[in-house]
Write a protein that binds this ligand. Structure first.
Ligand code: FAD
Length: 260
């Protein structure tokens, strides 16, 4: 079974992120693998353990490969970084276009992705890759069973007040949601090995893509401006005694904060 997993490195939740200018964020250099992508890696490894085959982790990034190394340390067989200066200014659409250009000639059974990246949160890249490749996709799965004979996958999704069971022929793309599995914690020895693992680099020319089809030139969604969160007003202490303090609080919530 050939399985590709799309993995993105995202700022650690504790990393400092500041609005540097209207068009630029300053992000502390602390990155980790988006959690939903670790769930996708785990799902890929489980399929490999059951049916044999290969798991390849793929990223589009010009600077970092942390998620690829994480994938290798968890047990992925191969890691590929798609990188090119023309990718600067990418959006969800161009990112999906790049992945699909890489995958279109490859034999695969499953492409797995996270349900959303933990930084930009669009939840678009997975389904967009499937659309570009013309294969079925199911978003946010929490259950996966594969019948290799019938070439059919049974997947489960959470819906309001219940669950939805679907069947889907493969090749297919699934985006993975919390609850599908618990990602394994790699052994220290595997983490060390992954630090030395070879990462294959792929550029745009080898994918047959032109610079104007990707990055800022091909992007359909453009950031207009970054805005820092509004400054919080100073804390107001209510000095009255009960029950006057409650009356004052309600008045302030209604007239100043306008939340009730
Ligand atoms: C080279 C590069 C330059 C960029 N420049 C800019 C910029 O200038 N301005 C700006 O606002 N944004 C920029 N971005 C961010 C980019 O717009 C978003 O990362 C992209 O649109 C995906 O959106 P998302 O992160 O919300 O992904 P989602 O759609 O939420 O991702 C869902 C899933 O898709 C997969 N996935 C998504 N992105 C990647 C990836 N890159 N590699 C591997 N798997 C992935 C993961 O499995 C993820 O869980 C850049 C990204 C790249 C790679």
């Amino acid at each position: 079974m050939e399985i590709y997993v799309l993995v993105k490195q995202v700022p650690d939740p504790e990393a400092m992120v500041k609005v540097k200018s209207d068009m630029e964020l300053e992000i502390e250099n602390k990155y980790f693998t988006s959690y939903f992508d670790e769930i996708a890696i785990e799902a890929g490894l489980k399929l490999k353990e059951k049916f044999g085959g290969k798991v390849t982790v793929l990223t589009v990034d010009n600077r970092r490969i942390d998620a690829l190394r994480r994938g290798i340390s968890m047990g992925a067989d191969e890691a590929i970084q798609i990188t090119d200066p023309a990718l600067e200014g990418s959006d969800q659409f161009t990112t999906a276009r790049v992945f699909s250009a890489y995958l279109k000639d490859k034999p695969f059974d499953f492409i797995l992705a996270g349900r959303q990246a933990m930084d930009d949160d669009a939840g678009i890249v997975g389904p967009a890759v499937a659309e570009c490749l013309g294969i079925p996709h199911v978003h946010s799965i929490v259950g996966l069973e594969v019948d290799d004979q019938k070439k059919e996958a049974k997947v489960t999704r959470e819906v309001e007040n219940g669950r939805e069971n679907l069947t889907c022929p493969f090749p297919a793309l699934f985006t993975c949601q919390k609850g599908l599995n618990t990602p394994r914690i790699p052994l220290v020895m595997n983490v060390m090995k992954a630090m030395k693992a070879q990462i294959k680099k792929v550029d745009l020319a080898s994918l047959g893509l032109k610079p104007e089809e990707v990055g800022s030139l091909g992007a359909k969604v453009k950031v207009q401006r970054y805005l820092p969160p509004a400054k919080r007003p100073p804390v107001k202490m209510i000095k009255d005694d009960f029950p006057e303090n409650v009356k004052t609080l309600v008045k302030l919530l209604r007239e100043e904060a306008k939340v009730i």
